[in-house]
Design a protein around this ligand. Structure first.
Ligand SMILES: *Cc1c(COP(=O)(O)O)cnc(C)c1O
Length: 418
């Protein structure tokens, strides 16, 4: 960590914030001192303002896209606001990172080129050859592939367990060797719900970090750091961006020391979010709460309709009282999210055919955008898990319920089910 003091020790956003805190800015800002995490501001106020005080030069109310790689220095080492090179830090990215930290209730946010780039940075920071990680037996396919096809070759071992079974988790952790317990709740694509606070206790006892992939819930519906998690992971590609127009990822932590180590690796590895991607993601965050409210309402209506449909053998939605983790979801989530999975009563071929018959639900991978999507996990997003402990049922269909008119969505599904 000694080769460049700027790389490790002077994250620009930090220095920038420190300068602001010492009053080096014009006195007009209402939100600047709240930019980090002011408990007086609610979620939507932070989402719209944290890290995004009006531009000091022009008053522009939205942070500019700083499409720039390098910065003039006022004499050697005389950095303005701590910015020297845009891999290390860029003002548009700093705004996004401060906003992410604020809405997750953390002290440090870091933005990456994709969700998997964020995961890779986290793992390279906290695991080494010989270490062990506990992962969910229904993890996102790409996360599973990262462990099973990439990190395994580097000598990192993993155990896949059902995180709903706390005894199984206790049995899987190896104190002194397990560095992280990786949680996804609700999980992709089976919508499994696990108890973050209970898992945090198990991880802490074993000396492991509790990592929560909060992509499905978003910080609006669930705050893992407040429940005891050490690291929150996001694919900002999904609900946080929210408009299917940008790929990105994020890490948020509460512990400043861990934040520093992650920032060092973010800069050393280099898979950062570019300025325009950071700007699009920030724009998405401003409407996160209102979008999620509508996603949740529409998804609940879809889940109820499917549960009563003769062509559906099982519906997976944490909001349904019969769901495996419903009680935990009530305890740790504000509402139950926009994702619904179900099994087609007529089997795999019928499930695949139905995916091609909807009109408003677009057949496609990804999720979390304003438009509704439908997919067949077994042959699409989760193909890489085939033949593994994470294989998904062949008759499973996954819906990302968008924010279109509810009646139109219900009619589309009813028609496609026949
Ligand atoms: C999409 C997704 C990821 C990976 O993110 P990318 O942005 O596609 O790299 C990780 N976790 C979950 C739950 C996801 O849905």
């Amino acid at each position: 960590m000694t080769e460049s003091k700027h790389d490790a020790d002077q994250p620009a956003g930090r220095e920038n914030r420190a300068r602001r805190d010492h009053g080096e800015r014009s006195g007009h800002d209402t939100y600047g001192e709240h930019a980090g995490h002011d408990e007086r501001l609610g979620f939507s106020s932070l989402a719209i303002h944290a890290g995004q005080e009006p531009d000091p030069l022009t008053g522009a109310v939205v942070p500019p896209i700083y499409q720039v790689s390098t910065y003039k220095q006022d004499g050697v080492g005389g950095l303005r606001g701590g910015y020297e090179y845009s891999r290390s830090a860029n003002p548009t990215r700093t705004a996004l990172e401060e906003c992410l930290a604020a809405i997750e209730g953390g002290t440090r946010g870091l933005a990456f080129a994709s969700g998997l780039a964020a995961e890779d940075c986290l793992l390279r920071t906290v695991v080494a050859p010989g270490d062990h990680v506990v992962i969910p037996n229904d993890a996102y396919g790409g996360t599973y592939r990262l462990f099973s096809k990439v990190y395994e070759r580097w000598g990192v071992q993993w155990t896949a367990v059902d995180l709903g079974d706390l005894d199984a988790v206790r049995a899987a952790v190896q104190p002194g060797r397990t560095r992280a317990v990786w949680v996804e709740t609700p999980s992709n694509p089976l919508l499994g719900v696990s108890d973050i606070a209970a898992l945090a206790g198990i991880a802490r006892e074993a000396g492991a970090l509790l990592v929560v992939d909060n992509t499905f819930a978003t910080p609006y519906l669930q705050q893992p750091l407040a429940l005891g998690a050490d690291v929150v992971v996001h694919s900002t590609t999904k609900y946080i961006g929210g408009h299917s127009d940008v790929v990105g990822g994020a890490l948020v932590v509460a512990d400043a020391g861990l934040g520093e180590r992650l920032a060092f690796h973010q800069n050393s590895l280099g898979a950062v979010a570019g300025p325009f991607d950071a700007w699009l993601t920030l724009r998405g965050i401003k409407t996160l709460a209102v979008r999620m409210d509508r996603h949740c309402q529409n998804a609940a209506a879809v889940a109820e309709m499917l549960a009563a449909h003769p062509k559906v053998s099982e519906v997976r939605y944490p909001g349904l009282p019969g769901h495996q983790g419903h009680e935990i979801a009530v305890k740790q989530m504000r509402a139950f999210g926009g994702m619904v999975s179900f099994r087609h009563a007529d089997g795999e071929e019928a499930a695949v055919e139905m995916c091609g018959r909807t009109r408003l639900f677009t057949l496609g991978e990804s999720l979390g955008g304003v438009e509704s999507l439908i997919e067949h996990p077994g042959r699409m997003t989760h193909m890489s898990a085939a033949g593994s402990p994470l294989e998904v049922p062949a008759d499973l269909v996954r819906l990302s319920v968008g924010i279109e008119d509810r009646a139109d969505l219900l009619a589309d599904l009813a028609r496609a089910l026949g």
